[in-house]
Design a protein around this ligand. Structure first.
Ligand code: FES
Length: 165
């Protein structure tokens, strides 16, 4: 009788171990496969079709602010940095000052990105024009998809832009 009970307990424990093993394998498999949220976390798609001229939007991308500006007709064109979608021109830059990393703000009156930390200024294309910033605002990888910008993906327009830079 005792033997039978021990057998039963042994079988039951063995069963639990086997089930536990299957769960552990499942957990390991899950950690090997990238989670869907992680796969998509690096990409942010922004529909820019409704943006007005001179409008600036700030998007969070990989923990950084990204400014998207739709240029107005009176803003100087910059073929090296402008993104053309149909008749519209956009500028996409990482919103971190290239001096020490403060977040500049858009000044509509002067059509500049201004950094309050040490007075750095960037024009509407993100080119440094005044103060200590040593270079233009960085351009994040992007792809044009219809009237959307996919941040984080290196599209043809981005690759061409980087070749010119
Ligand atoms: Fe922007 Fe110094 S951090 S000017």
């Amino acid at each position: 009788m005792a033997q039978t009970r021990r057998d039963f307990i042994g079988m039951a424990l063995g069963g639990i171990t086997a089930v536990g093993g299957v769960y552990a394998l499942g957990a390991m498999k899950k950690s090997w496969d990238p989670l869907p949220s992680v796969q998509s976390a690096g990409f942010v798609t922004v529909d820019v079709s409704s943006m007005n001229e001179a409008e600036v939007r700030t998007i969070q991308w990989r923990g950084k602010p990204v400014f998207i500006l739709r240029k107005s007709a009176d803003m100087p064109k910059n073929p090296a940095r402008d993104i053309t979608i149909g008749e519209k021109s956009f500028v996409v830059v990482i919103g971190l000052c290239t001096h020490l990393g403060c977040i500049p703000s858009w000044a509509p009156a002067t059509k500049q990105f201004k950094c309050a930390c040490h007075g750095g200024e960037f024009d509407a294309s993100g080119i440094n024009t005044f103060g200590p910033p040593p270079r233009p605002l960085d351009i994040p990888p992007f792809k044009v998809s219809d009237e959307s910008l996919v941040l984080g993906e290196e599209g043809e327009e981005y690759k061409k832009m980087m070749k010119k830079a």
